[in-house]
Structures are given as C-alpha cells and as structure tokens.
Design a protein around this ligand. Sequence first.
Ligand SMILES: Nc1ncnc2c1ncn2[C@@H]1O[C@H](COP(=O)(O)OP(=O)(O)OP(=O)(O)O)[C@@H](O)[C@H]1O
Ligand SMILES: [Mg+2]
Length: 225
Amino acid sequence: MSAVIRLSGVCRVFPSEPPVRALSNVDIDVREGDYVSIVGPSGSGKSTLLNVLGLLDRPTSGSYVIDGVESTSLGESARAALRGSRIGFVFQSFHLLPHRTAVDNVGLGEVYRGGQRKTRAARAKAALERVGLGHRVGFRPDRLSGGERQRVAIARALFGEPALLLCDEPTGNLDRATTASVLSLFDSLREQGVTLVVITHDEEVSRRAARRVRIEDGRLTEEPW
Ligand SMILES: Nc1ncnc2c1ncn2[C@@H]1O[C@H](COP(=O)(O)OP(=O)(O)OP(=O)(O)O)[C@@H](O)[C@H]1O
Ligand SMILES: [Mg+2]
C-alpha cells in the first residue's frame, strides 16, 4: 500500500523572541487505510502538526508529500486546491450552519469545489447513511445531539472522498457515551478503508487507533504495539 502522507525531517520554527521550535525533525509515513492517533501534552506541537498536515501552515524545513505530491514547493492556490480535494477536516466544534438541514450541511462544501449538482442531495444523503444518520437527513443542527452533529461533520468531511481524514480533538466537546459512538464510527470508517489521523489529548481516544504516536517538545515517537 502506498503512503498517503510522508513527512521527512519536518521542522517548524516560529520566529518569536526567542524562536520556538514547535516541530523538530518530524518523520512519519501514514499509509492508505491507516488509523493513527497523535497524543501529547499542551504545548507539545499537536496543533502545529495538524496545521502542517492540513496544508494550513508550511514547515520551516523538511519535506511533506501528500498523495504523491511534494507540497512544500507549491504556491498557495495549488496548496488550497490540494487541501480542498484531498483532506477532510473534523474539528472539536462542529462548524455546522445552524439554519441548514443535515443533508445541506453535508453537501454545501461541494458548492465551492464544483461537482455534480444534480446528484448532490442524493450523494449527501448517502454520506449521512454512511455515518448512521439516514433518519436525520432533514434535521437542523439544533435538533441533533452533540454526537449526531459531529457525525454530520464527519459525513461532510468524507463527502469529497478525501485521501485523508484529519481530526483535531474530535471528541473534545462530547461526553463519554457520545465519544464512544464517534469512536465506533471511526472503527467502521477504517474498515471501509478511510485513512484517519486523530489528534487528541484523550488517552482513551488514542488507544482506539491502530497506531499511536506521541509528541513531546515537537518530537514524534511511535509507540510500539
Ligand atoms: N504563532 C506562534 N508563535 C510562537 N510560538 C508559537 C506559535 N504557535 C505556537 N507556538 C508555540 O509552539 C509550541 C507548540 O504549540 P501548539 O499549539 O502546537 O501546541 P499543542 O500541542 O496544540 O497544545 P494544546 O494541547 O494546548 O492545544 C508551544 O510552545 C507554543 O507556545
Ligand atoms: Mg492545540
């Protein structure tokens, strides 16, 4: 199986006074179908890494290849296109549009990306079925539970068939029971071959992944399984 992402010698130094080395020689390969969690304490570099992986920030040095493309030498518009087509984001807060139904929320991202308009609603409905919300298609977010909202956000992130689903504290706003339902959804997405990277400070969430990577002071270490 091919590497979906490959970071080699990635450093991110913030030019503050004194400079902060938030990522230090990071090497990691994530292969198709991998389920990787990244855990680390506050200030260890998780958000910095997420921003680099999500093409929202550039490394100061090193290489980041996503889906076979070296991203560090691309211009901003090419990076934005790559981000829009290859990466699905899931955040702690769900960022759903309050006055739109679940099915609209799932399909709306594509309005900006282009795509087959005629079939959009049917495909968005199928995406909701994939996350177990086929019975909530016409509901607005205020009538959904927290876990259901996060599942709508996950359906939206998966809608464009991204190479990578990048999750930043996806259960940070959820209670234990709802967290469990999102984690079982991740298990089933993994069975469907989705490539998942989950950044979390929650040990229970990180233990569910197939690979566990720890970040401390900007350095990554993979935990043996
Ligand atoms: N723009 C910036 N300028 C200077 N230093 C920064 C900047 N952004 C982050 N840092 C520093 O880089 C280090 C890593 O920060 P980062 O936000 O990646 O941590 P984190 O692991 O996400 O922490 P948390 O769990 O608290 O969100 C910290 O020491 C932080 O102070
Ligand atoms: Mg953070």
